[in-house]
Design a protein around this ligand. Structure first.
Ligand SMILES: Cc1cc2nc3c(=O)[nH]c(=O)nc-3n(C[C@H](O)[C@H](O)[C@H](O)COP(=O)(O)O)c2cc1C
Length: 212
């Protein structure tokens, strides 16, 4: 085994060691608006859901190498709202294109060819091509660290969910295999979840987990 003390590593090295291990990570394609109404669309794979009462989500716009906030963080701080667009494999190339460091007044919708569709309870638009979109309001923004590549956890509450009925299963719930999600790993690697690489396990009861 190799032991690494994180304090001995530069921020970029920590990132490089951990992203191949904490993987695959789902991708939130976050749509937001600046205080002046300029549109923005950017992917975040430091992204998770939590609980359900209310429904929490969190994503983490990391500061750039000079310690400056990304446009998405500025926007959600200023407006308190955003949309998370779930990323399918078919969207991956355009999602990657949206991650280019465009100037704040450039709307990535225009640069990537994604189609805007109006949201219902928040102002940022949704991405039509996405199989599901979550309209969210900011609950809290937690800053961890300072300077280059420090973390800002945007914790949001999901207010409205839109789902393409084409990705629903026989039980009426979303079927991940039909969503065809793309996910991020380390380096330049992505993953594609399909029915062929999914498996199901029944949740155990206490009795079945005891070894004889
Ligand atoms: C698939 C993917 C996932 C990404 N995940 C993150 C992330 O979790 N946090 C982050 O700060 N940047 C992440 N990035 C980089 C941002 O998308 C990129 O810095 C983008 O320009 C930020 O846009 P903004 O300044 O408009 O907010 C990711 C890029 C890609 C392609």
């Amino acid at each position: 085994m190799r032991l690494l003390r994180l304090a001995d590593l530069a921020p970029r090295e920590r990132h490089a060691w951990l992203t191949p291990l904490i993987a695959p990570r789902p991708i939130a394609l976050v749509s937001s608006l600046s205080a002046e109404g300029a549109g923005n669309l950017a992917p975040f794979s430091f992204f998770a859901m939590g609980g359900g009462n209310p429904q929490s989500v969190a994503f983490c716009p990391v500061a750039d190498r000079e310690g400056n906030p990304k446009d998405t963080l500025r926007n959600v701080r200023a407006t308190g709202e955003f949309v998370i667009n779930i990323v399918s494999r078919a969207m991956a190339e355009r999602v990657n294109a949206a991650s280019a460091p465009f100037a704040p007044d450039v709307d990535e919708f225009d640069m990537t060819g994604f189609t805007r569709i109006a949201s219902t309870v928040v102002r940022p638009p949704r991405v039509l091509e996405s199989p599901a979109q979550l309209e969210c309001k900011v609950f809290e923004i937690v800053t961890h660290g300072s300077g280059p590549q420090h973390s800002n956890w945007v914790i949001g509450e999901v207010l409205v969910l839109h789902v393409d009925t084409a990705v629903l299963g026989d039980d009426g719930l979303p079927d991940t295999a039909k969503v065809n999600p793309a996910a991020r790993m380390g380096r330049q690697e992505w993953a594609h979840v399909t029915a062929a690489n999914m498996f199901a396990l029944e949740r155990p009861t206490v009795a079945t987990t005891r070894t004889p």
